[in-house]
Design a protein around this ligand. Structure first.
Ligand code: NDP
Length: 320
């Protein structure tokens, strides 16, 4: 790769709806953007099944297919796509530098951060041990559901993700029990109704999973320990799999101490803009959005970031 290939007007970190949309807009503005993405190309939609609420697809579309279309559209307009894990960014001087684990350093006049968010875990010691051994603890029903045919499963969480996962898992499981820490779901009415009406799904309210059990350390889940948060009573609940659906955390490790984060850890951008506190650095998608977190809003802010970057480059005599 020549020095020229290592520099770009607009570097986009991340390949979810925000990243690809930023790429489409920047590429159509003749800015020859580069998308740098890690191994999880396509972001969170790669882990979902049917997306029913992305406008333009009357009958829905599978998440991975939607991401394939986004990428193809970005590529069609000349986006350079590089798979490399970014390990460090230097935002103290321009051009900015993005260091990667395997492909050396890249520089850019403007940076669009679209690194998204990822699933949170309960982080119980046995959860981690059994999860890492592939023993039946997962945060992705779409990825792992098929491994749990004819099992009784537990899903933790009360949001849309938990309802979606529980519903999806009933394709395989004999029974799905949703464990929620309150007595009211956070999920939207349509998702909650779908789950409560599903005869294979039942609910355990006001309860937390406080441990994951295997048999003689064989790292294969056999039960979870539930604690009723009101009575503090603990019970063993037999199950063949545990799916954790308690929300997501933004992927901001590269930017800690360099850019401002809010109380939940999401990158802070100016009101009605994707600008961060560093001129020329923009953030879009779930990494800066703890409120809406939808594919369509991520795509919308990706568009905004590309337009913001284009205008900033123009005003600063770069990007030609
Ligand atoms: P949410 O933050 O909406 O929900 C997380 C759930 O997990 C809450 O019920 C929360 O409880 C519970 N929870 C959080 N931490 C813990 C913990 N440590 N222990 C036990 N329970 C915990 O996240 P989701 O991933 O469900 O949804 C994120 C966004 O994505 C939402 O805006 C949602 O609407 C959207 N989404 C939309 C879908 C669709 O429309 N098809 C599908 C999936 C997600 P509590 O309620 O008490 O806070």
């Amino acid at each position: 790769m020549s020095t020229h290939d290592r520099h770009t007007n607009v570097m986009i970190l991340g390949s979810g709806p925000a990243g690809w949309t930023a790429a489409i807009y920047a590429a159509r503005a003749n800015l020859a953007p580069m998308v740098l993405h890690g191994p999880a190309r396509g972001g969170q939609l790669m882990l979902t099944t049917e997306v029913e609420n992305y406008p333009g697809f009357e009958h829905g579309i599978m998440g991975p297919k939607l991401m394939e279309l986004f990428e193809a559209q970005a590529a069609r307009f000349g986006t350079r796509i590089v798979q490399a894990w970014a390990t460090e960014v230097d935002l103290t001087k321009r051009p900015f530098t993005v260091k990667t684990a395997t492909d050396g350093d890249f520089t850019c006049d403007s940076l669009v951060i679209a690194t998204g968010a990822e699933a949170m875990w309960l982080d119980l010691p046995n959860e981690v041990r059994i999860r890492d051994a592939g023993g039946g603890v997962s945060a992705c029903a779409t990825c792992d559901g098929a491994f749990f045919k004819n099992k009784e499963l537990v899903v933790v969480g009360g949001g849309d993700t938990a309802m979606e996962e529980a519903n999806f898992l009933t394709r395989y499981a004999t029974k799905v029990t949703v464990v929620h820490r309150r007595d009211k779901l956070r999920a939207s009415k349509i998702m909650a109704d779908r789950a409560t009406k599903n005869p294979k799904i039942s609910f355990v309210w006001d309860s937390a999973v406080v441990d994951v059990l295997d048999t003689n350390g064989n790292k294969k889940i056999r039960a979870v320990v539930l604690e009723n948060l009101k009575s503090k009573e603990r019970t063993e609940f037999a199950c063949g799999g545990l799916f954790i659906a308690i929300g997501h955390k933004p992927n901001t490790e590269l930017f800690v101490g360099k850019l401002d984060c809010d109380a939940k850890g999401y990158l802070v951008t100016d009101a009605k803009s994707t600008a961060t506190k560093i001129p020329g650095v923009f953030a879009c998608g779930d990494v800066q959005d703890s409120v809406y977190r939808q594919a369509v809003t991520a795509a919308g802010t990706g568009c905004m970031a590309a337009i913001d970057a284009e205008r900033w480059l123009e005003a600063n005599g770069a990007g030609h």
